[in-house]
Design a protein around this ligand. Structure first.
Ligand code: HEM
Length: 395
């Protein structure tokens, strides 16, 4: 059945390349969405406590939240595309069996983003609009829950028929949460939320220290809070990783593997945060790098679980049919180069203007920006031409 449900055209390039891209891009996605959950939780806490330093940082994190949600949504599209190329039977089956929630998900994410933005824009120190931050956090967590259910349904094809037609009667409502593993979700969402946020706080302090008007005392305090959150969450990360190993692991014969990964990550992260007591501000960029590596391990672990589950039915990315379609490869390649250049330019502008007193950027960045936007313009033009050509001549 899984083979029958694959795209009959096959993948347009070596399937394993999509698998690697899926794992790597998911790291970005999960960092931003969980970081948003951490930042949102911290803002709510800060606005409730109203301590001056906490409030100052709370305002920064209230601004960080919608930014991170936006980046999380955008970077979620990349793994979504790759998952649809090599795991299409799973993805579409999971989305159909959970149809009501996968459509609702879009509105949940829209609401989560808009409310976080409202709170950043209009929320005030006396706690006005705090409800919007709380509602946003609830919606974002719910979005994570839906993602997790989709993932859990997708890796259990042996149960699809039973969920589709329980007792032989077809259920088209798509309203049931058919599969989930709460420890896995705790590991993936709130705990990674704490760790993403911890690394981000240290990074923010590291970045802001370069400003002419930097307040070293405040930045040291901020990085210290990030480090302490990391120290507090890392052991829990290990504990819930073990629960995950002993709940989901046995089903796929991966208990020891998941347990080992969770322990190594938990101990490694704890040791890292512990060792940065003296100069947490200086460690900011390193903290983000270490956290990215940890997420890469988690992303690979998720992929191993999926591969092992599907191997039981002889479905493997290694034998996914493909025909190299150089047109698609070229489109994808050039779009990536153009897109990455424009994004790099935006990052340079944000980075440099945030550091200079009057918001200026270097001549080099400006020159690079001109090239990147010209490439984007040319690429738009090319797309219009391809569209015209295919509508007029290929009919
Ligand atoms: C903004 C709220 C969101 C949250 C909190 C969230 C959270 C998560 C979590 C926790 C997972 C991992 C689930 C697991 O392994 O058990 C996940 C996976 C995923 N997310 Fe999101 N997500 C959000 C939005 C989005 C959006 C808007 C997209 C697409 C545009 C997206 C695309 C994906 C994809 C494709 C996967 C699975 C990749 C795979 O199967 O390997 N997410 N997300």
């Amino acid at each position: 059945m899984l083979d029958m449900m694959r795209d009959p055209l096959g993948a347009p390039f070596f399937p394993v390349v999509f698998q690697v891209l899926l794992v790597v891009t998911w790291v970005l996605h999960i960092h931003f969405v969980t970081g948003a959950i951490g930042a949102s939780t911290f803002s709510i806490f800060a606005y409730l406590r109203r301590d001056p330093n906490l409030m100052r940082l709370g305002r920064i994190t209230a601004r960080l939240t919608p930014n991170m949600v936006g980046l999380g949504i955008v970077t979620g599209i990349a793994p979504l595309l790759f998952v649809q190329v090599i795991y299409d039977p799973l993805w579409y089956a999971a989305n159909t069996l959970t149809g009501f929630w996968s459509v609702t998900f879009i509105f949940v994410v829209m609401g989560g983003y808009s409310l976080a933005y409202l709170f950043y824009l209009k929320g005030s120190q006396d706690g006005r609009l705090l409800w919007s931050a709380v509602a946003s956090l609830i919606l974002l967590c719910f979005a994570g829950w839906v993602m997790h259910v989709l993932q859990s349904v997708s890796i259990r094809p042996d149960q699809w028929m039973g969920w589709y037609a329980p007792g032989g009667v077809i259920d088209t409502r798509g309203i049931q949460f058919h599969a989930y593993d709460v420890p896995r979700l705790m590991f993936m969402l709130p705990l990674q939320g704490g760790l993403s946020f911890a690394a981000t706080l240290m990074f923010v302090a590291w970045y802001l220290r370069q400003r002419a008007d930097a307040d070293p005392g405040f930045l040291h305090w901020t990085a210290g809070i990030g480090r302490r959150i990391g120290l507090g969450v890392a052991p829990l990360y290990g504990v819930f990783g073990l629960f995950w190993a002993f709940t989901e692991g046995p089903e796929f014969g991966l208990t020891m593997f998941i347990a080992g990964v969770a322990l190594v990550l938990s101990v490694g992260l704890f040791a890292f945060f512990w060792s940065q007591a003296k100069q947490p501000v200086q460690a900011g960029a390193r903290a983000l790098g270490v956290w990215a590596l940890a997420l890469l391990v988690v992303a690979t672990t998720r992929e191993v679980i999926r591969a092992v589950s599907l191997n039981r039915f002889d479905f493997s990315v290694a034998n996914y049919p493909y025909i190299i379609d150089w047109g698609s490869v070229l489109m994808f390649g050039v779009t990536s180069v153009v897109g990455v250049s424009v994004v790099t330019y935006l990052i340079m502008v944000i980075y440099q203007s945030g550091l200079s007193a009057d918001g200026t950027v270097s001549v080099r960045a400006e020159r690079f920006g001109r090239v990147a936007t010209a490439m984007l313009g040319a690429w738009f033009g090319f797309f219009v031409l391809v569209g015209l050509y295919s509508s007029l001549f290929l009919r």
